[in-house]
Design a protein around this ligand. Structure first.
Ligand code: RRO
Length: 316
């Protein structure tokens, strides 16, 4: 099966990317996996100023999931431009790179986009509007507030011709209208979903197991939430969708593709096995060959919602 597709005007050699926050800026993983074998990577979110991040522990197990509160640890815009982008330009030319951007105010997002824009060497942006661990000043994440989301996206869109994706949060009653707001504001793609707010308490001490208290839940437990979010967003939008949450095998990625995602991202599973993304890409191709599917596009969006009303006689 042909895994490559043209999206956002460029070629993705396969649909598997590494998710923001799980692969640094690529350099950190260069000795552990073959970056050239990926569809692309999304960097750790970049903020205006450097961030030291939250107190340890930053990651804990939470049943069939992981809880994190990294607290946006990153070198900040200036060092990303001076140190990270030059490395990425030189070493990641075969794969697609999205820069994840985070801020407390719309103006911070815009200043970061302006700063990165002047350096270049990457495909586009993934605006992280949904970090559960560092909400905007005095409020909820932008992704929970369609008016605030619209303002950030419209302002960023005015500053760049590069593809602009937005990353949404899972903890909303219906993500469909939020995805619609993102498309109307000018987003070129939507990534669904960020981690789910969660808390693990150590009952011996009565304290949270994470240094920062609560955090964001990821891993297998998030997969059905992410697949559902993609399905709802597909019903409300026509721009490319990127599915993320709980992918560790080709079968997981294929659910996202069937729900309507054009690309998938791997996050938590990379911590257990850094080569997960390569394996998932290879196994999607094997699945396609087994099923007689010619190209990845023939798999995308093939899921049709079923309505199975309970017959009145059974409902009684
Ligand atoms: O750095 C983090 O604590 C973090 C971020 Br920015 C995010 O978007 N999602 C997450 O689970 N953790």
């Amino acid at each position: 099966m042909r895994l490559s597709q043209t999206l956002f005007g460029v070629d993705f050699q396969n649909p598997v990317l590494l998710a923001a926050g799980t692969c640094g800026f690529g350099e950190e993983l260069q000795d552990t996996l073959d970056l050239d074998a990926l569809g692309g990577i999304v960097t750790k979110s970049v903020t205006l100023e450097p961030r030291a991040g939250n107190p340890a522990p930053r990651l804990v197990e939470a049943g069939n999931a992981m809880l994190n509160s990294v607290g946006l640890a990153n070198p900040g815009l200036e060092r990303v431009c001076a140190e990270k982008l030059p490395w990425m330009k030189e070493h990641l030319s075969r794969i697609q790179v999205l820069l994840s951007v985070a801020g407390h105010t719309p103006e911070e997002y815009w200043r970061i986009v302006e700063g990165l824009e002047s350096v270049g060497g990457f495909l586009g942006y993934e605006l992280n509007l949904s970090c559960p661990n560092d909400t905007r000043l005095g409020g909820v994440p932008f992704a929970l507030d369609p008016d605030a989301l619209t303002r950030v996206v419209q302002g960023a869109q005015d500053l760049t011709d590069r593809p602009l994706l937005v990353k949404l949060a899972p903890n909303v009653p219906d993500i469909g209208p939020i995805a619609e707001a993102a498309e109307e504001a000018g987003a070129n793609g939507i990534t669904l979903v960020n981690t789910m707010p969660g808390l693990v308490i150590d009952i011996a001490s009565g304290s949270a197991t994470l240094g920062a208290g609560s955090g964001g839940l990821s891993g297998p437990a998030l997969r059905a939430v992410g697949v559902h979010a993609v399905h709802r967003a597909r019903a409300h939008t026509s721009i490319p969708l990127v599915g993320v949450g709980g992918v560790s095998a080709a079968e997981d990625a294929i659910q996202y593709l069937m729900a309507g995602a054009s690309l998938v991202q791997i996050g938590t599973a990379t911590f257990a096995d850094p080569r997960t993304a390569q394996r998932v890409a290879r196994d999607i191709a094997r699945y396609g060959e087994k099923m007689g599917i010619e190209k990845i596009e023939d798999l995308i969006g093939t899921y049709q919602a079923e309505h199975r009303p309970v017959p009145v006689s059974e409902a009684r």
